[in-house]
Design a protein around this ligand. Structure first.
Ligand code: PLP
Length: 294
């Protein structure tokens, strides 16, 4: 018997719209049993949205910002409004049903539903997190051109830049290209020459007493981890701001990190061939803030 079962919760009542709402709102199901129709648009078109929440000592970190961002992504994809209370209860049910482990990750997925049915499919999946020790120790990062400018959200909103959609095949292809270049991770760069974000992470740069990140309106995802980090550093008297940065500016920084909810603050040790300084004590404090272990 596995000592750490994964947990799956299906959420038929995910839509806020009473016409689409189903009873029961959610139910725990066997994660080993088939659940998705082959014609679900999650499978056939990657048409949906998702979130990955870090759970530390059985407490989901930043759950409300994650749910609000899921709602934002759903709005960007013209999906029905979501019932965030039902989603929060489903996350709670998944965490409670899992054996207690120090680090759990919970995925919340909402697809447009089965082709032709106009009713979203939603589920929550909880599983023990793998070890992120290597990434947390430091990352060699390859800068890759994303091929779209920072103006894309304004000129071409249908590209869904900044939505956390299920269409992550491009992001994963970026990671494989990084591996081919001998790197662990990616920093995407806009076609007009600005640092954007990682395939599943937010860029944080330290320059003197200033902590900087890419502006959300340049087409990056608004990071929940970044929210925790900005709150921490502002509380300590530092400046925290959104600012467009060139790759050269990132390479000259006093420190740079890729932030995400499950891997926490991962220091960038190398950006292509340039070595960056790493402050371990600061990195640990940033990670503790993201995990809610302040
Ligand atoms: N940017 C992208 C494209 C992501 O997919 C993610 C998370 O997966 C992030 C940034 C970091 O977001 P968060 O800090 O909320 O995990």
């Amino acid at each position: 018997m596995s000592s750490r079962p994964a947990v799956l919760v299906m959420i038929p009542g995910v839509a806020a719209d009473p016409e689409l709402k189903a009873r029961p709102a959610f139910r725990l199901v066997d994660e080993g049993a088939p659940q998705l129709r082959v014609t679900d648009l999650a499978a056939t078109r990657g048409d949906g949205v998702f979130e990955t929440v870090g759970v530390f000592d059985s407490r989901p970190a930043n759950l409300t910002p994650h749910l609000e961002r899921l709602q934002r992504s759903a709005r960007m994809l013209d999906l029905p409004a979501l019932d965030l209370d039902v989603l929060a209860q489903a996350v709670d049910a998944a965490v409670t049903a899992h054996l207690p482990v120090p680090e759990l990750l919970v995925k919340i997925v909402v697809s447009r539903g089965v082709e032709g049915q106009s009713r979203p499919t939603a589920w929550v999946f909880a599983d023990a997190a793998p070890s992120y020790a290597a990434a947390r120790a430091g990352l060699r990062v390859a800068a890759l051109d994303r091929g779209i400018p920072t103006t894309a959200p304004q000129t071409s909103p249908w590209l869904l830049a900044g939505a956390k959609s299920l269409s992550y095949a491009i992001n994963m292809a970026g990671l494989r290209e990084a591996a081919r270049r001998g790197a662990d991770e990616v920093l995407f760069v806009s076609s007009d020459g600005y640092a954007l974000e990682g395939p599943t992470s937010t860029l944080l740069v330290k320059s003197g007493n200033r902590f900087l990140t890419t502006p959300v309106d340049a087409g990056v995802l608004p990071g929940t981890s970044l929210g925790s980090v900005f709150e921490l550093v502002r509380g300590e008297g530092a400046e925290a701001a959104e600012e467009l940065m060139t790759l050269a500016q990132v390479a000259e920084a006093d420190g740079a990190w890729l932030l995400s909810s499950v891997r926490l603050a991962c220091p960038i040790t190398h950006l292509d061939d340039v070595e960056l300084p790493v402050d371990r004590a600061l990195t640990d404090r940033l990670s503790a803030a993201i995990a809610g272990r302040k």
